[in-house]
Write a protein that binds this ligand. Structure first.
Ligand SMILES: [Zn+2]
Ligand SMILES: [Zn+2]
Length: 338
C-alpha cells in the first residue's frame, strides 16, 4: 500500500509500505482522509518537532478518519465498513498521570505519526492503519468523513477551552488564526464566550477566523487595535511575541492558556506582569476524551467548514504539504487516501 513517509528534513516520499493484519484487540481501518497538521509540516521541513528528530522513516499523520476494514481475532468493535475516527493517542494506563485521569500528559504515551519514541510510532497517512480497538470512534449519524477529519484538531481546541475555565459571557483573545486558532474560536463561541478577538499577521487567516465566529479580528502588527483587559487569552500560534501579547492584554487576575508549541528551549516571558497582575498561565496539550464531544459538535453543525481549504490525493502529498505551509492560500489541507 502507499503511504506518505518522511525520511529527513525536506525529504518526503510517497512510497510502498507493508500492510499489517490486526492482532487480537486491534482494528484495521481503511483510511479515507488525513488532515495535515503543523507537526507534520515540522517533520517534513525540519526533520523534527521540538527536540524529537526523525531517525528512521516515519509515516506522517495523526488526524485520521476512514472505515473499518478488519477486526483482530476475538475483537469486539464496529462492523466492517463502519465510518470511524481514530483517537491518535495510546496512553500507558499505569503512570501517575494516567491514574489521575490526565492521559493527555501521560509520560509514556504513543501518538500516531510521532518521532518522540524509538522505534517511531507510524502515522495514518497510509491507505491502511491498525490501532487498538478502544481508539476507534464511530461517527455520529449524519457526519461525513470529509468533515469528521476535523475531529482531532477540534478536540485540541476543546481541551484548550476547558483549560481556560468557564468562558460564558467572557471576553477572550485568541492569538493565531491557523486551523487550531480558528477551531478554538468556534469552540469558544459554542461555549458561550461573549466577545472573541483574534489576532494574526495574515489577513486571509483572520478572514477564516471571522467566518467561524470571531467577533473582532486585528492584525498582530496593529498593537493599538489589540484589546485590553480581556478575561482570558488563548495563545494558539506558538510565536513568543504572541505570548507577550496575551500576557499584556489579559486583565488583572485573568488567565492565559498556552496552546501553541513554542520554539525549542527558552522563550522570553513578561514575568513581572505575571506577578504584579496575578495572571494565571497554564498549558494545554493534546486532549483526552474531548474527541467524543468534537464528533458530536461536528455532527450538530458547528460551523467550521471554512477551515477546510484544500484536498489533495495521496499521490500529491509533497505538493499538499508545501501548500499547507502557505498561510495566505491555505488553512487545513487534507489528503484523500481512498
Ligand atoms: Zn493535529
Ligand atoms: Zn501513562
Amino acid at each position: 500500500m502507499l503511504a506518505c513517509v518522511v525520511h529527513g528534513a525536506g525529504d518526503v516520499r510517497v512510497e510502498d509500505i507493508a500492510r499489517r493484519s490486526p492482532a487480537a484487540g486491534e482494528v484495521s481501518v481503511s483510511v479515507a482522509y488525513g488532515g495535515i497538521c503543523g507537526s507534520d509540516l515540522h517533520y517534513a521541513h525540519r526533520g523534527g518537532v521540538g527536540d524529537f528528530l526523525v531517525e528512521q522513516p516515519l509515516v506522517l499523520g495523526h488526524e485520521v478518519v476512514g472505515t473499518v476494514e478488519e477486526l483482530g481475532q476475538g475483537t469486539t468493535g464496529p462492523a466492517v465498513g463502519t465510518p470511524v475516527a481514530v483517537h491518535p493517542a495510546t496512553p500507558c494506563g499505569v503512570c501517575p498521570e494516567c491514574l489521575d485521569g490526565r492521559q493527555n500528559v501521560c509520560r509514556d504515551t504513543r501518538y500516531l505519526g510521532s518521532a518522540a519514541r524509538m522505534p517511531h510510532v507510524q502515522g495514518g497517512f497510509a491507505q491502511q492503519i491498525v490501532v487498538p480497538a478502544d481508539q476507534i470512534r464511530v461517527l455520529p449519524t449524519g457526519l461525513s468523513l470529509e468533515l469528521a477529519v476535523l475531529a482531532e484538531p477540534l478536540s485540541v481546541a476543546l481541551h484548550a477551552v476547558s483549560r481556560a475555565g468557564d468562558v460564558r459571557g467572557r471576553r477572550v483573545l485568541v492569538t493565531g488564526a491557523g486551523p487550531i486558532g480558528c477551531l478554538t474560536v468556534a469552540a469558544l463561541a459554542h461555549a458561550g464566550a461573549d466577545a472573541i478577538f483574534v489576532s494574526d499577521l495574515v489577513p486571509e487567516a483572520l478572514a477564516i477566523a471571522a467566518a467561524v465566529g470571531a467577533t473582532s479580528t486585528v492584525l498582530a502588527t496593529d498593537t493599538e487595535a489589540l484589546p485590553t483587559d480581556v478575561d482570558i487569552a488563548i495563545e494558539a500560534s506558538g510565536a513568543p511575541p504572541a505570548l507577550a501579547t496575551c500576557i499584556s492584554s489579559v486583565k488583572r487576575g485573568g488567565r492565559v492558556v498556552q496552546l501553541g508549541l513554542l520554539p525549542p528551549g527558552s522563550v522570553p516571558l513578561l514575568g513581572n506582569l505575571l506577578v504584579t497582575r496575578e495572571i494565571e498561565l497554564v498549558g494545554a496539550f493534546r486532549f483526552g476524551t474531548e474527541i467524543d464531544e468534537a464528533l458530536r459538535l461536528l455532527a450538530d453543525g458547528l460551523p467550521v467548514e471554512p477551515v477546510l481549504t484544500q484536498t489533495f490525493p495521496l499521490s500529491r502529498s509533497v505538493e499538499a504539504i508545501a501548500l499547507a505551509g502557505d498561510r495566505v492560500r491555505a488553512s487545513k489541507v487534507v489528503l484523500d487516501l481512498r
